[in-house]
Ligand binder design. Sequence first.
Ligand SMILES: Nc1ncnc2c1ncn2[C@@H]1O[C@H](COP(=O)(O)OP(=O)(O)OP(=O)(O)O)[C@@H](O)[C@H]1O
Ligand SMILES: [Mg+2]
Length: 251
Amino acid sequence: MKIAISGKGGVGKTTIMALLARQFKEMGQEVLVIDADPSPHMAQSLGVREADKIRPISEMAELLKERSGRVEGSAFYNINPQVDDLPARFIVEADGINLMVLGAIQSAESGCACAENTVLKRLLTKLLLKPAQVVLLDMEAGVEHLGRGTIVGVDRLLIVVIPSQSGIRTALKIKKLAEECRIKNISFVGNLVQDPEDEQFLREGLGEAPLVCFPDSPAIRRTERKGLAVTGALSDVAQVTRDLVTALQAK
Ligand SMILES: Nc1ncnc2c1ncn2[C@@H]1O[C@H](COP(=O)(O)OP(=O)(O)OP(=O)(O)O)[C@@H](O)[C@H]1O
Ligand SMILES: [Mg+2]
């Protein structure tokens, strides 16, 4: 199962991915988490030691330039760069969960360094196409920067949404973009949902019920403030996390 997560800034994408990672791991699945956020935080959420020392691959200019085969002053580069050895070099492990910090993949419109971006996309595509493991891809809002070749590897997109007008607007915009990119299976996940009124607001605004709704969790807030890992053992979200995994496995 290859699951990508998206949503407006700060809605809880990384937290929910960390909860999912732990839950899948507890169920005996091999889990790889890929952090493709421009400011990656997944390592902290998973409790990787010395998380702040991990350098995203997207910032390794020399490596990317070398792999892309780009020669200074030339417009040509290798569109099929060698990336097979990179996972072994850059995957870190936290309590049985594998993590690769990829960093930002640029969209074509943002004036990307295309040669380097090709290396990142190639690496991501390879990781997504590897069978028999759960891959969780944490991203910033949107999916269009992934490009067609990479998106074919994603089975499912989760869009995290909080119960506010602007939250719903952004979530619907992301859904539209994802549909245009032909992502097969798109679902919403509610976060910071306090009561049935919040749930109803989300259902009506989105035109469908979210797969599950996470509450505003004092346990998550406490964990975050202490700089601890987000684990499935957090009492007030354990059941919702299990329900989410069940829902993901059902469809
Ligand atoms: N259900 C929740 N209950 C309480 N706090 C939460 C919950 N979900 C997320 N948070 C807190 O909200 C903040 C933002 O969460 P998180 O970093 O997961 O969001 P994000 O969508 O990944 O943000 P970014 O767009 O910056 O990557 C964090 O401090 C996190 O601990
Ligand atoms: Mg995040």
